[in-house]
Design a protein around this ligand. Structure first.
Ligand code: TA6
Length: 346
């Protein structure tokens, strides 16, 4: 090769970009998976924008997904994080939503993938983290990679609804659902806007199926003194959570309104053998549904497998379902949950 006389000097070497999160579609384009450089991953089915998997850096699954869950769009997913909008449960006495299927159409509609964004809080040269690890360019790259996060955005609007859903709920709306994966947490954020000339009202909820080691050694804190509706009694009853710790030993289906939930919401912690496993933080979602079908209800659900699976799941579902959220034309409703691994709540 001819050595040119005035070849420019090599650019000063600077630490390369830290390894970037990877985002990939499944081969059939039905789902998208994001993976952090440190190994954590999240998978979202476009059907329902349903999070169907969230794994930590060791590949340990944090969500429960039925082995019989339909992932082909034929019915809402049994497990993961189905989205509930515009109605929680069914509302036969509610004119606007009485014709809708249980939990509304969000979890059974095909959402559009809108894109991804990544962020990192690169440790500055003065921070101990940087100093401790950035003893080399590789160290600086590793330090930055350790702080990475990736956000996946999904969209649904009235124009992308099925004809059937549109006929049953003829209001103009737009919904943006963001799923953000951090090294130690997962955040799901929903924004719905009223694009109609009429006001309409809705309920929203994130129907999270957490994976637990053993429901009989699992407990929940953060609900002390909260009022709750118990849907397992007949008639449905309103009660107050007197014990600071909730344990599950039978079918449990409760809509809690945690006490003292303003301005910040009370963290809900799920413990395994008294060791914090998940902390659920809520933003603008004033209710928490706690559900475990237990033996008989698990047997009664064809897509709930294995039938013993009730021992390894607990639904902790942040939502705004106690009352109807009224959206005037142009109004927006935003709500989010952050599930932190372990007991950290910062
Ligand atoms: O969130 C609890 C609940 O409303 C239960 O009453 C039970 O119906 C559960 O949701 C599952 O509902 P699904 O429509 O997914 O079978």
């Amino acid at each position: 090769m001819v050595d040119r006389a005035r070849k420019p000097s090599a650019l000063a070497t600077t630490p390369g970009l830290p390894p970037q999160p990877q985002v990939a579609f499944s081969s059939d384009n039905s789902s998208v998976t994001a993976t952090l450089p440190t190994g954590e991953s999240v998978s979202v089915l476009l059907y329902g924008a349903t999070v169907v998997s969230w794994k930590d850096k060791n590949g340990d699954e944090k969500l429960w997904l039925s082995e019989a869950a339909k992932l082909d769009g034929s019915k809402p997913v049994r497990g993961g994080i189905p989205l509930v909008f515009p109605v929680f449960g069914t509302a036969p006495d509610h004119a606007q939503t009485k014709s809708l299927p249980q939990h509304g159409f969000a979890r059974s509609s095909r959402w559009e993938f809108l894109g991804k964004s990544t962020s990192e809080s690169t440790p500055t040269p003065t921070t101990p983290a940087f100093a401790a690890t950035a003893t080399s360019a590789a160290g600086a790259v590793a330090a930055a990679a350790a702080d990475m996060s990736v956000k996946l955005d999904f969209g649904l609007s009235s124009s992308s609804l099925s004809e059937d859903a549109r006929q049953k709920w003829p209001y103009a709306f737009n919904a943006i659902y963001s799923v953000t994966l951090n090294t130690d947490s997962l955040t799901t954020n929903l924004v719905v806007t009223n694009d109609d000339e009429r006001s309409w009202e809705c309920q929203v909820l994130m129907h999270t199926y957490l994976r637990v080691d053993d429901i009989t050694t699992t407990s929940i804190t953060g609900l002390s003194s909260a009022s709750y509706i118990d849907k397992t009694t007949s008639p449905i009853s309103t009660n107050t959570q007197t014990s600071p710790v909730l344990t599950i030993s039978s079918e449990t289906d409760r809509v809690y309104t945690p006490a003292g939930d303003s301005p910040a919401s009370v963290p809900i912690t799920v413990l395994s053998n008294d060791k914090p496993k998940f902390t659920v933080l809520r933003d603008n979602l004033s209710n928490v549904v706690v559900w475990n079908p237990w033996i008989e209800k698990a047997k009664g659900m064809a897509d709930f497998e294995p039938k013993e699976g009730y021992k390894n799941m607990l639904c902790v579902e942040p939502g705004a379902v106690g009352t109807w959220q009224v959206l005037e034309p142009g109004d927006a409703l935003e709500g989010a949950q952050t599930i932190v691994l372990g007991g950290k709540t910062e």
